[in-house]
Design a protein around this ligand. Sequence first.
Ligand SMILES: [Zn+2]
Length: 273
Amino acid sequence: MPELPEVETVVRVIRPLILEKVITDARFSVPRQLLPQTPQQVRRGIQKKRISKVERKGKFILVYLEEGLLLIHLRMTGRLYIKKSTMELGKHERACFTLDDGNSLIFNDPRTLGTISYHKQQDEIAALVKLGWDPLTDQTTVEELRESLRGRTTAIKKLLLDQTIWAGIGNIYASEILWMAGIHPEKQSNLLTKHQLTALIEAVPLVLKHALEKGGSTLRDFMSPDGKRGGYSKEFRVYDREGEPCLRCKKLIKRIVQAQRSTYFCPGCQKKR
Ligand SMILES: [Zn+2]
């Protein structure tokens, strides 16, 4: 599943290719991915509009038009890439945005869980309003983090996934970040010590920036739009390493399940205290 480093990689690759282009038409093969909007509504909103800016917020991709914006979430298997415009949609291609330079922006999504919507204004998008800090650009202090965690009794691993503290962290990097910070994934969020808060604030941007430098992770079919496979998966410290020795203390990595998702951690250097 694409997380911040993968989505940021996608945005950086497609941005120069679609900026200042006009969307001449759009086709959608799975209308359900646009709900509650219809293909006609989305098409009407974006047609003949020039792309003025492309950004990432959390794991969302925002394609700003001269009026309004297109909001895309890749979810589990979504991909975006550019190809020469043709009449036919290829395998798993769910949306095609035809551009005025003879190319099309393609949304490919085998499992069809990704979403696309058109909005006149950014502030009408509820999903963006509750997003927390951006790990790449926002600086956070121990006091601010402690304030955000006040009353949050959820396990820290689960809270990192809910996007309201930091936006963009998913299941893989949550495990990696907690290992880096030396925090047990089941630790109750509001009980983190000052030392742990400090370690977490350092680990979040460190892990995500490093993954971004490597072009994200190669997981199942994550591939950046230029066809390059991400290189970070070779560097996982704990993720998908159950039974292998910890790179720090040599204890064997454990896997547990939290909210139906696998969590990997080292019982040696991520003690539950
Ligand atoms: Zn360890």
